[in-house]
Design a protein around this ligand. Structure first.
Ligand code: ADP
Ligand code: MG
Length: 640
């Protein structure tokens, strides 16, 4: 029996196109062929389970080997095999509707995945690396004849009687000149490690081109094929038992009740050997309206610079697809680690597919909801432990609240605010805590915060003396979080502690009167204006409590935020970037130093004292530098 035929596409040179175009990720040929082999094994198991195959299934096997001299890579399986008819049906009739459409579309395709996915080219990815591909196969069907298919990458193929005596399929790739790099143990191992590490059927990898037959009698006792790791040894002649390179039952395929913390941690360490242990994890498991399993870990991150995206691995039926999970996982959860597996996401995902797919959208919100539920649980179960982890968890929670309204609505009950005394409050608790003292004359609650407790120490002390609480907002994400809180909380505004002198931070009716006369106020203003003499600093004489500092330099909250925004926006925000720094220099008219300045002997002395008081204010905020600092030191020495 021998037959020649033509693969049903009408463009002669389609394979050179595929080959050339897909060059950059041509390693996925192995993923495609190994997953076909795994599918074939699964299918025979299923047929046997349904009573449609009465022979012995045997120990499930997928073997990968290569021969550097013959320049071949072989993928073999003891799956269901194919008849010659089936080869013609499944292999020869490439699943795309026409060559014209293919040529039309391949121009826009971004990557091999997209192309393979669109046109069902899984098997044909072999031609990315091979000049010639052979199939030796024997179907499970009764009376089936072995078949041998050969194709050299043109549209011509040959099919004849095969030599295979065991049920299953062997794909032999004759590697082309450009792809000889794949004839290397480490190269292949690396690819298998990446894509095949968690496949559900044992994968063996070695240098022998063929595996020998196993004595199948041992399976007649009806043992489960999932127990593939037992000590059954193949019987045969010179069989080298190659290492099984995969873990067939990774934790995400198990139910949470089967697993201990140690199992989750061990899996984490396996995935991310260099990382610290995670804070906690979430086991995802849903089968309606879509099918999804997985484990997501909250990594321990000390600062945002360590944050790494693309640490979540996406699988489809245990075949690794990608670690770019954008679109599947909500943006703010991209910082999580772990594994997601969904057969509803096709093996060959492409960006455009994901964005349009409704399952993907559902998966996205499912994950977001699960994460929120888990956090709510942790909070309810053990508030103290939760508070201890807040430093790390807070990052995710805040990020989520900033970027997703739905998540905000859930998180508002377990998000914590931390003050400079390191006390934690929920949003509700905090509102109550500060209501009495920190509500202004219009009924707006004013939350005071610092992003730099060391630098703002004198302001914080002043605020605390007045009974005001100061929130710690010192991580980079907090500047955004401040905006979110302001947007979401009713009648609440946030002010940085140095936005004004403490008596003005929260506008109330009970203004402290100044002890100075109008003339004295005018005079004092002149003295300070002359002494400071900086165009971006506006002197104001204010009636503050006598125990407040004599001079305070502040920048208005609104102004400062504009500047912060300009800094974040970099060069793109030329307009904001052009805003000069502008400060208020508040002189406490009720302070005794101030009355001393007024009463000082001559003008020179007045200026000197005013300068000194101003410089001290600047120093306490770390704003005095360069020549100004030198001048201050010299003046101080003189005064002493
Ligand atoms: P897909 O896997 O998406 O169906 P492929 O191009 O990878 O597309 O494979 C085409 C078909 O060829 C498969 O559906 C299967 O019927 C058949 N096939 C490929 N490899 C094997 C194999 N190792 N054993 C049995 N059948 C196979
Ligand atoms: Mg396939």
């Amino acid at each position: 029996m021998q037959e020649k035929g033509s693969i049903s596409i009408h463009t002669e040179n389609i394979f050179p196109i595929i080959k050339k175009f897909l060059y950059s990720d041509n390693e996925i040929f192995l993923r495609e062929l190994v997953s076909n082999a795994v599918d074939a094994v699964k299918k025979i198991q299923r047929l046997a389970a349904m009573g449609q195959y009465s022979g012995s299934v045997g120990e499930p096997q997928v073997n990968i080997s290569f021969d550097a001299d013959k320049k071949t890579i072989t993928i073999s399986d003891n799956g269901l095999g194919m008849t010659a008819e089936e080869i013609k049906k499944y292999i020869n009739q490439i699943a795309f509707s026409g060559a014209e459409e293919f040529v039309e579309k391949f121009k826009d395709a971004k990557d091999a995945n997209e192309l393979i996915g669109k046109f069902g080219l899984g098997f044909y990815s072999a031609f990315m690396v091979a000049d010639q591909v052979e199939i030796q196969t024997l179907s499970y069907q009764e009376g089936a004849e072995p078949a041998h298919w050969v194709c050299d990458g043109s549209t011509e193929f040959e099919i004849r009687e095969g030599s295979r005596t065991e049920r299953g399929t062997e794909i032999i790739l004759h590697i082309n000149k450009d792809s000889e790099e794949f004839l290397d143990k480490y190269k292949l191992q690396g690819i298998l490690d990446k894509y095949c590490k968690f496949l559900p059927v044992p994968i063996r990898f070695g240098t022998k081109p063929h595996y020998e037959s196993f004595d199948e009698a041992q399976d007649d006792n009806g043992e489960s094929f999932d127990d593939a790791h037992d000590d059954k040894k193949p019987k045969g002649k010179t069989v080298e038992v190659d290492n099984i390179i995969n873990e067939t039952n990774p934790i995400w395929t198990k139910t949470p009740t089967e697993l201990k913390d140690e199992d989750y941690l061990a899996f984490y360490r396996e995935l991310y050997p260099m990382s610290e242990d995670p804070l906690f994890w979430i086991h995802l498991n849903v089968d309606y309206p879509f099918n999804l399993t997985g484990v997501l870990y909250f990594p321990k991150v000390k600062n945002e610079f360590e944050l790494q995206r693309n640490k979540i691995k996406l699988f489809s039926r245990q075949v690794f697809i990608t670690d770019e999970v954008k679109d599947i996982v909500p943006e703010f959860l991209m910082l999580l680690h772990g594994v997601i597996d969904s057969p509803d996401i096709p093996l060959n995902v492409s960006r455009s597919f994901l964005q349009a797919d409704s399952n993907v959208k559902k998966i996205n919100s499912y994950i977001s909801r699960k994460v929120a539920d888990k956090l709510a649980d942790l909070y309810k179960q053990d508030r103290k432990a939760y508070e201890e982890k807040w430093q790390d968890i807070g990052l995710f929670v805040k990020y989520g609240m900033i970027s997703e309204d739905k998540f905000y609505d859930k998180a508002k009950d377990f998000a914590l605010l931390t003050n400079t005394k390191k006390e934690h409050y929920t949003l509700g608790e905090y509102k109550e805590k500060v209501a009495a003292l920190q509500t202004d004359k219009d009924g707006t609650a004013v939350y005071i915060y610092t992003n730099d407790p060391d630098k703002h120490d004198s302001f914080i002390q002043s605020a605390n003396r007045k009974g005001y609480d100061v929130l710690l907002m010192n991580s980079p994400i907090d500047s955004h979080f401040v905006h979110t809180l302001e947007r979401k909380l009713e009648k609440t505004s946030l002010k940085r502690v140095d936005a004004d002198v403490v008596d003005k931070l929260i506008t109330k009716d009970d203004n402290i009167p100044s002890v100075l006369t109008e003339d004295e106020t005018k005079k004092l203003k002149e003295i300070f204006e002359k002494a400071i003499h900086r165009p971006n600093m506006k002197v104001e004489i204010e009636g503050l409590s006598p125990d407040e500092l004599p001079v305070t330099v502040t920048m208005d909250e609104f102004m400062r935020r504009m500047k912060d925004m300009a800094q974040l926006g970099g060069g793109n925000m030329g307009f904001y970037g052009a805003i000069p720094d502008s400060y208020k220099v508040a002189i406490n008219g009720n302070h005794k130093l101030v009355s001393r300045i007024l009463k000082a002997g001559d003008e020179a002395q007045q200026t000197q004292l005013a300068k000194q008081a101003f410089d001290l204010a600047m120093i306490s905020q770390g704003m005095l530098t360069g020549a100004d600092l030198t001048e201050f030191v010299n003046r101080s020495i003189e005064l002493i």
